[in-house]
Write a protein that binds this ligand. Structure first.
Ligand code: ADP
Length: 431
């Protein structure tokens, strides 16, 4: 499960980086494309204005200074090509009076007498004006307007291509990233499996020698008449150490079994319905004495009859571990509440305490093996850091999930989503 989360996280990070690079690339291409389209349009206007001016027969123009040149007609005849027709080309005389105009585009801007570009807003158009000079004498002005709609169309088309290209790239890229990440995590997965197998094997192998040590030291203590007091202490230390190792090996074996069954989809194959209400009641009874010692109040908030698809021993183990922790880490006169209700097609089981809480930095590590928030505190409370990993492995073994929220000094809440149902529903269904 941890590796699956890593896989998901790595895929997401890679896809995010890929998306960032792709969007930077697409933005650059789009901006470059837009500026190229603008430059092309400007070049086109300049070249039309230049050809109009260069087509003037200046000598003839001199003689008929007050006449009108036929330059426009040669550049943009009324029967011009369809590409040129939507434009506008105008000739102004030296005083700035409009003489001739051709083309269909409406052009209402006042004449700008210096050479340069202007933007018309309605209809959107780019306008270029150039004074026509002959032997240093101003003859008039050529003004060319071109609608921006064609350039906007080209820009829209470029954007469309970039978006559809990006969608294809993101889909293909994400699939590629998914498989590459899976491939690269395979060796890690293998070594984790080997490590887990080693832990389980070592725990299994340790069982026999520990049992032998425990049996022998217990026998020695039981028949310890005449034993020197120093020797008795040593045997007691051996027994206590061996008990700790025995607990540890049992926890490790339980964890290994739960994780193995979780990978095999245990819940779907073998689990049967158990009464949650009954198990919660019995867990609260078991925890009662320890809670009383610390003046803690235990509350149960389950208003209906619920059942879960979890084997009794596993359900007991979940409740025992979480209740033990709640009692251990809640100061005197605190409150522990167990609640459950149907939720998202299953059962939501919550165990909340008003204890010391866990820092948000520690919350990410809480389900790691052998991890304890405060080594000294946990040492005194006798934990080994395997309780929560076991609970998580069991919950996941049945296809459920567990989450924790906590605030330092205020308390901790464990929420589990478990497979299960309202008992009444099942009974009605099975009739
Ligand atoms: P342990 O046997 O040490 O309790 P667990 O795996 O059950 O091991 O818990 C790991 C650590 O998480 C604990 O050492 C403790 O620091 C922290 N923890 C667990 N439950 C609680 C809780 N209800 N309130 C505060 N801290 C908790």
């Amino acid at each position: 499960m941890m590796l699956q989360n890593w896989h998901k996280r790595l895929v997401m990070i890679n896809v995010a980086v890929f998306l960032a690079v792709l969007s930077i690339f697409c933005t650059a291409v789009y901006l470059f494309g837009c500026s190229a389209f603008d430059t092309l349009l400007k070049d086109k206007l300049v070249s039309i204005a230049d050809s109009a001016i260069s087509s003037i027969d200046f000598d003839d123009f001199d003689q008929t200074l007050n006449g009108k040149p036929d330059l426009i007609v040669s550049v943009l005849p009324s029967e011009a090509s369809p590409a040129l027709q939507p434009m506008r080309i105008q000739w102004f005389d030296a005083r700035g009076t409009l003489d001739i105009e051709k083309g269909t585009m409406p052009l209402a801007l006042p004449l700008e007498t210096s050479e340069g570009f202007q933007l018309q807003t309605t209809p959107p158009a780019l306008v270029f004006t150039k004074p026509a000079l002959a032997k240093g004498k101003l003859l008039g002005y050529v003004r060319v307007g071109h609608p921006l709609s064609t350039v906007q169309q080209q820009k829209g088309l470029l954007l469309q291509w970039l978006i559809s290209g990006s969608l294809v790239a993101v889909t293909v890229g994400s699939i590629g990233i998914y498989f590459l990440v899976r491939q690269s995590l395979r060796p890690v997965e293998e070594s984790i499996k080997t490590l887990k197998r080693f832990c389980a094997d070592a725990a299994h192998e340790l069982r026999t020698p520990i049992t032998a040590i425990l049996t022998n030291s217990s026998v020695a203590l039981r028949h310890g008449d005449g034993m020197r007091s120093g020797d008795r202490e040593k045997f007691e230390a051996i027994t206590s150490g061996a008990r700790q190792i025995e607990l540890l090996t049992e926890d490790l074996l339980m964890l290994a079994r739960a994780e193995q069954l979780s990978e095999q989809g245990y819940y779907r194959k073998y689990s049967t319905l158990q009464s949650l209400n009954e198990e919660v009641r019995s867990a609260m009874e078991c925890a009662g004495r320890a809670a009383e010692k610390k003046n803690l109040s235990l509350h149960c908030e389950i208003s209906e009859s619920l059942s879960v698809y979890i084997d009794t021993d596993d359900l007991k183990c979940i409740l025992r571990n979480l209740m033990d922790n709640a009692i251990k880490y809640t100061p005197e006169r605190g409150k522990i509440t167990i609640s459950a209700a149907t939720s998202s097609g299953g059962i939501r089981l919550t165990i909340a305490d008003t204890g010391i809480g866990i820092s948000s930095a520690d919350l990410t590590r809480i389900f790691d093996r052998f991890w304890r928030a405060d080594q000294a505190r946990s040492y005194h409370s006798g934990g080994n850091g395997l309780g929560l990993p076991i609970v998580k492995a069991i919950v996941e073994k049945y296809g459920g999930s567990i989450a924790v929220s906590s605030e330092i000094g205020k308390g901790t809440t464990f929420r589990m989503q478990l497979p299960g149902t309202r008992t009444a529903t099942v009974l009605r269904d099975s009739v």
